[in-house]
Ligand binder design. Structure first.
Ligand code: G3P
Ligand code: CA
Length: 241
């Protein structure tokens, strides 16, 4: 059965990467959430997708040039279809605390492929270590050097490189980064590549699967993980198969 992860929370209907989106995801009964982490000027890990606050909040500027206080003063209520109000950019800590009250899995994506946040791997692992959630956390990144660094730092962590380019061999990528899962854009995955990973005990998770036909196709093909903006839709489909 495919595990269903809410991409940036239930971001199809609610402001992405907010507690509202995560809590709405939980209500769908899905297996986990996916979130993105950047670092503030004063070293705090915050849950936001872009390296700037421009698209998803009412502020402007690079996350790394703003303090936590400045970022927390913003309204992060952007949604693809409409603006909500009164949503803050969560700290990673806030999400980890909330996870202690439920049983969701959590895919933490380190957003260190465009901005080099030196030492971010240590920061994230240290933060998670305080919460006794290790078995429920999956670390991922488009930065494959960062994946290798995470493995150096923690031999037991569940770690997945993300990729979106055609021509990548996911089995080789997993082996060369000592990863234990693969996260890929669904456009570059084939059932044959997925099966090759599965033979190596490497689960494959695909983003961002929102389309009903594609959800059905991949669930029936035995995909291990679906990362979707619409966990409610994916859950209904999974229940119907
Ligand atoms: O982790 C899968 C997916 O979230 C990667 O793409 O841009 O939505 O962070 P993006
Ligand atoms: Ca992400």
């Amino acid at each position: 059965m495919s595990q269903i992860f809410a991409h940036r929370g239930a971001s199809g209907l609610y402001p992405e990467n907010t507690m509202k989106a995560f809590k709405e995801a939980e209500k769908t009964g899905c297996d986990g959430i996916e979130l993105d982490v950047q670092r503030t000027k004063d070293g705090h890990l915050v849950v936001i997708h872009d390296e700037t606050v421009n698209r998803t909040t009412n502020g402007t500027g690079m996350v790394g040039s703003l303090t936590l206080k400045q970022i927390r003063a913003l309204d992060a209520s952007y949604n693809k279809k409409k603006w909500f109000t009164h949503n803050k950019v969560p700290t990673l800590e806030e999400v980890l605390e909330w996870l202690q009250g439920n049983s969701l899995l959590c895919n933490i994506e380190l957003k260190n492929d465009k901005v080099a946040y030196e030492g971010m791997e240590e920061d994230v692992l240290q933060k998670v270590a305080g919460y006794n959630l290790d078995h429920r956390i999956i670390y991922s990144s488009f930065n494959h050097q960062s994946i290798i660094r995470l493995r150096e730092l923690d031999e037991n962590a569940t770690i997945a490189p993300i990729y979106s380019k055609k021509g990548v061999n996911p089995s080789l990528l997993a082996a060369s980064t000592s990863a234990n899962a693969i996260h890929a854009n669904y456009r570059v995955m084939t059932p044959a590549l997925m099966n090759a990973c599965q033979r190596m005990n490497i689960p494959v998770r695909l983003y961002t699967l929102n389309d009903q036909g594609k959800l059905i196709k991949w669930m029936q093909a035995g995909l291990q993980g679906i990362i979707t903006d619409f966990p409610d839709r994916a859950m209904k489909i999974r229940d119907s198969l």
